[in-house]
Ligand binder design. Structure first.
Ligand code: FUC
Length: 792
């Protein structure tokens, strides 16, 4: 079957294109249709998404559009927040923790606590006359070309469906074909549980809708979304055009009926009236007219050209990186069975390499320069009318993790939509900083959305306080993604116009928010360590509220350091830099507790949950670079910290396990990093290789990809460190196209302790290249490629 599949793929994609890309195992494939959403295969162009089920009789494509959200812009500003904050700060500094929590919870929260959810666009259905037995079934997703294919033989006819979502033409394209003429008959319809009408106009299906509000799920405190302007929410529309060769097209109610065609091409696109520049709907956008305009450009564009343009565009990004981890070729086995074999303890390094590339694929498919919004908790793929955690932008690990692989794995342009949304959101965050804290700069709390919510939120008043009010530093952490983007792509204009102003605003708020404690240290009060509690030594009760958590001090340190370095590079703000430098000398140092681990809190408290999924006291190790091997004591303590979390049941959610891979990579322990990469697939991966929080949450995919890259290349500690955490399980291998800070592209081939490195610099400069304990200064001209060999 594998051979047939390859032959058909070669025919579909063009033999040359397919053969040229034979570098590695790039296909997820299955011998049966998806029986549920977590088995379906994702396609996307950053904006439009589809999950392909591959069902024989009734195909379902579950559709998404990245901006289709219920709700409207809505922020809450509890009265006299600043005065209440003063009181809470004083109570905490006086050690009255219980009182501080009670007082803050009572006075610093306000309904509506939360906001509405990301919603699916709907389903596209294709019903086929299901006559006769089916044989030779397969379906697959070639992540190198971004094409999903379904094929089977029924009643002596071989049917093939190909689907892709093009970023070039901004649409989904489907081809239905058969190896005999006149065999394609299908009824094509669209459905959505609410708020949509479908009509037929000639050879087109038109979906039109406007989101009508719904009640929040059980357990939510209130009815939070409120209504949008005029009581109306997002408008949306979708347009499907059917092009047939032979046969007939007619209408049957709200469906299109195609009979006896030789071949059918369906082109679909959709739009909403969301405008990221306004962080709101924009009633000057007509989603139906916008969709029509997209289709008008391709009415007579041949399938072959649509496909060729899509593949060229897709591969221009995808092919920048290749990874070969050796091992036997298990690709003849369907992907779900490969995963099962791995779960039973089998060895399949190529499946890890496929998982790595799949993370890059998913990032390209959910975050492209043509998108308006960053990848949310589910990328862009969501099936529920009210998604888990609203499929929002979560800023205490999740959205950060989504972008860990972006620069490192040579997909820097995937950061563009994050910037498009984040910068205007920080502008709204200035209002929140002023109104709530009377502070300069900007802030964003934990949960936010396309409407740029910057005030505290949560599904209940309790979580609005504990996860929201206690942590106004989440946005500042997120801003460090812009700094890292600059470090990998040192572009002065981007620094001066985008990254630096955003980071400076974060630093201004943090400077205002710091408080002097009785020992003269500058601490964040109140602060917390996301979402863990400690056992209060006096009362024995589990509490979250404190001063100067290790996490909060790490964020302030990293942001101040970035602003100081950015300001130095730009030669501006010397006075402000001095202020930041002086403040930094008064931060509490990272401490090691009695059990040898990094203290999570400023005092050596015991954690209420020692195996908590968040490991926020190690953000100095990863993603920041505040703890490196240069400081042996902290490095050792960091090892013990991860061990303690894991020994107490940590790493149990997908993203938490993915973070552990990154920690071990930074701790230069390749075998442990590898063990947890395997565990990520064994314990937290669904049949379609989506990360399973549970439920599906995409951060684990992205964190897993970044972790594997960090095992092969690191550049956070002043060197370009080659193979810093290579496990014994990968004795031979090759990676091409990873990126290092400073604008360097790195290719590595290793075998039996030797490594050959190809380095290409974007900019002239001296790079300190490290392999094991050897550090070599390498001077490169802009565009120059140098090949170096290390090892005995
Ligand atoms: C944080 C995490 C949860 C989940 C949610 C989206 O609250 O603690 O595990 O990832 O975000």
């Amino acid at each position: 079957m594998r051979a047939i599949r390859r032959a058909v793929l070669a025919a579909v994609l063009g033999a040359a294109a397919y053969a040229a890309g034979a570098e590695g195992d790039h296909t997820l494939w299955y011998a049966q249709p998806a029986s549920e959403w977590n088995q379906a295969l994702p396609l996307g162009n950053g904006r439009l998404g589809a999950m392909v089920f591959g069902t024989v009789g009734k195909e379902r494509l579950a559709l998404n559009e990245e901006s289709l959200w219920a709700g409207a812009p809505l922020d809450v500003y509890p009265d006299d927040f600043r005065q209440h904050l003063d009181k809470v700060q004083q109570l905490i500094l006086d050690g009255q923790i219980d009182e501080a929590h009670k007082y803050g919870r009572a006075n610093m929260t306000q309904q509506p606590t939360s906001f509405r959810s990301y919603e699916p666009l709907g389903d596209l259905w294709m019903e086929f006359p299901n006559i006769g037995t089916v044989s030779d079934y397969w379906r697959d997703l070639d992540i190198q070309s971004g094409v999903a294919t379904v094929s089977y033989v029924q009643d002596g006819v071989c049917f093939t469906r190909e689907v892709f979502i093009s970023a070039v033409d901004d649409l989904m394209a489907i081809k239905l074909s058969a190896d005999k003429p006149g065999k394609i008959s299908a009824k094509i319809g669209m459905s959505r549980p609410k708020d949509m009408t479908v009509t037929v106009q000639g050879d087109r299906l038109m979906m039109d809708g406007q989101v009508v509000d719904v009640e929040p799920p059980e357990g939510y405190d209130d009815n939070p979304g409120g209504s949008g302007p005029g009581g109306e929410h997002m408008k949306f529309a979708g347009r499907l055009l059917a092009r047939t060769s032979g046969g007939t097209v007619s209408a049957d109610g709200d469906a299109l009926v195609i009979a006896d065609a030789d071949e059918v091409v369906l082109l679909f696109t959709a739009k909403t009236d969301y405008n990221v520049e306004k962080l709101n709907f924009d009633r000057s956008i007509d989603p139906g007219a916008a969709s029509d305009a997209i289709l008008a450009k391709v009415v007579s564009k041949p399938w072959k050209t649509l496909l060729a343009d899509h593949i060229a565009d897709h591969r221009a990004l995808f092919d920048r990186v290749s990874l070969d981890l050796g091992g036997h070729d298990a690709s003849a086995l369907p992907t779900d069975r490969r995963l099962q074999a791995l779960k039973k303890g089998g060895d399949d390094p190529a499946l890890l390499a496929l998982y790595f590339q799949y993370g890059r694929y998913l990032l390209m498919a959910s975050s492209r320069p043509t998108s308006q919004l960053p990848a949310n908790l589910q990328g862009i793929w969501s099936r529920k009318m009210w998604a888990a955690w609203e499929a929002d932008f979560h800023l205490n690990i999740n959205l950060q993790m989504n972008y860990w692989p972006a620069d490192l794995c040579n997909l820097s342009e995937t950061v563009d939509p994050l910037i498009k949304w984040f910068v205007p959101t920080t502008e709204k965050g200035r209002v929140a900083a002023q109104k709530l804290y009377g502070a300069d700069g900007w802030l964003i709390f934990l949960s936010t959305n396309p409407f740029g919510r910057t005030t505290p939120s949560g599904s209940t008043l309790d979580s609005q306080f504990d996860n929201g009010v206690l942590d106004p530093l989440c946005g500042a952490w997120m801003a460090m993604t812009l700094w890292r983007h600059y470090e990998f792509n040192p572009d002065r204009t981007f620094l001066a116009e985008t990254a630096y102003p955003v980071l400076k605003g974060a630093a201004e708020f943090l400077l205002d928010y710091l408080v002097e404690d009785a020992d003269g240290r500058l601490v964040v009060v109140p602060s917390t360590s996301p979402e863990n509690s400690y056992l209060h030594p006096g009362t024995g009760k589990a509490v979250r509220i404190t001063k100067g958590s290790t996490y909060s001090t790490a964020i302030v340190s990293a942001v101040f350091d970035a602003v100081i370095r950015g300001g130095e590079t730009l030669g501006i703000d010397a006075g402000f830099r001095r202020e930041l430098q002086q403040a930094m000398t008064r931060f509490p140092p990272v401490k090691i507790g009695a059990d040898g681990t990094i203290q999570e809190w400023v005092e050596d408290y015991r954690e209420a949950q020692p195996g908590h999924r968040h490991i926020s006291h190690l953000i100095g190790l990863h993603p920041f670079a505040l703890i490196t091997q240069e400081d042996k004591a902290l490095f050792e303590a960091a090892v013990k910290t991860v061990e303690r979390r894991l020994g107490s049941g940590g790493g149990h959610t997908g993203w938490s396990r993915a973070w552990v891979i990154n920690f071990y990579a930074r701790l230069l322990d390749g075998d442990a990093a590898h063990e947890h990469a395997v565990k990520l697939l064994q314990k937290s991966t669904l049949p379609n290789l989506f990360d399973n929080h549970p439920p599906f949450q995409i951060d684990g995919n992205f964190g897993g990809t970044a972790g594997m890259a960090e095992m092969l290349l690191q550049s956070h500690a002043g060197t370009v460190h080659l193979l810093p955490a290579l496990p014994e399980a990968w004795p031979n291998g090759a990676v091409r196209g990873l990126r290092a800070r400073g604008g360097l592209e790195v290719d590595l081939t290793w075998s039996d302790g030797k490594v050959t490195a190809g380095l290409t610099a974007d900019h002239a400069g001296t790079y300190r290249v490290r392999f094991r304990d050897r550090i070599l200064p390498v001077e490169l001209k802009a565009g120059e490629r140098r090949v170096l060999a290390f090892g005995e």
